[in-house]
Ligand binder design. Structure first.
Ligand code: ZN
Length: 303
């Protein structure tokens, strides 16, 4: 059995899953201060142990920024975050104090990408990007089945778009860059620009075209830089499913016919797609991290 924790900025999801990755027990609660929240996580794990016996591994998918380098003294710590009380919290250490077995650890968005790769909308490809467009914009990148970390972890939401002609006056809402993609296309940017979320705007409101253009531009840049075999678009903004054809059209326009592949022509509907796991992606990603950690520990023992 595996334990899985999705540590989100607004909610935590704790789960127990079997060897097939099927969740047999789940608990969700609001993210409050670190002591209270992590106390509830530990209580969940203790109760799970009494019900299911010893767990083989844990997976932790955390909101960021987080330190992912195993050699770093701050490995497993949350970095500077506007979330009160959470900056420098050793979230991995809190779990390690309760559980002595292997723990897989990654960002929540990398974990969601992993889950969509293993069980969801990208299970038939090896290289993909998962973008979440909600209160922020985040991106997880899977290359050959494995999440990319590199220097830290990708921060795709903060790349810089070319501004839409109808949007040159808008300053953007990112506190670091103003008009990065997150600053012009995440949920708060839509409200700052148009006074309402997309769901409340008429279909002929220019906000739809602006949003689709920025996200299509981002997808085009991902095609050009990372060459993914699929792009999965999730998050609260993407619940407006009429964005999908608009984004595909904008991406095609930005690519200008330069990349000649079936997936970017007739196969476009299967190239830029919604997620299949919905709000289970994060916690199932944590399950995948636990399974991988158990496998890695097993291999280490074998050596
Ligand atoms: Zn930014």
């Amino acid at each position: 059995m595996f334990g899985a924790i999705e540590a989100g900025g607004t909610k935590f999801v704790c789960a127990i899953a079997d060897e097939a990755g099927i969740i047999c027990r789940e608990e969700r609660f609001e993210t409050t201060d670190p002591d209270t929240t992590l106390g509830r996580v530990l209580a969940f794990l203790r109760q799970a142990r009494s019900q299911f016996g010893a767990l083989d591994a844990l997976g932790l998918a955390s909101f960021g920024p987080v330190e992912l380098r195993p050699g770093s003294p701050r490995f497993g710590c949350i970095g500077g975050t506007p979330k009160p009380g959470w900056s420098s919290t050793d979230i991995l250490g809190a779990l390690g104090s309760e559980f002595g077995g292997p723990i897989g650890f990654d960002t929540d968005v990398n974990a969601a990408a992993l889950a969509e790769h293993r069980w969801g909308a990208a299970r038939d490809v090896r290289d993909l990007v998962y973008l979440t467009v909600g209160t922020g914009i985040g991106g997880g990148v899977i290359v050959d089945g494995t999440p990319i970390h590199g220097l830290m972890h990708p921060e795709i939401g903060h790349v810089f778009p070319r501004r839409h002609p109808l949007d040159v006056e808008f300053r953007g809402v990112c506190p670091f860059h103003h008009d990065c993609i997150e600053g012009v296309a995440a949920g708060p940017a839509i409200i700052a620009r148009s006074g309402a979320p997309l769901s409340a705007l008429r279909h002929d409101h220019p906000q739809w075209e602006i949003e689709a253009d920025y996200l299509g531009q981002l997808c085009a840049q991902l095609v050009l830089t990372l060459s993914p075999q699929r792009i999965v678009l999730g998050g609260g903004v993407m619940a407006q499913t009429r964005l999908f054809p608009l984004i595909r059209g904008a991406m095609t326009s930005w690519l200008g016919g330069y990349i000649d592949r079936y997936e970017l022509r007739d196969g476009l509907d299967q190239y830029v797609v919604p997620p299949e796991l919905a709000d289970q992606a994060g916690v199932r990603g944590a399950v995948a991290l636990a399974m991988d950690a158990a496998r890695a520990a097993g291999n280490a023992t074998a050596i």
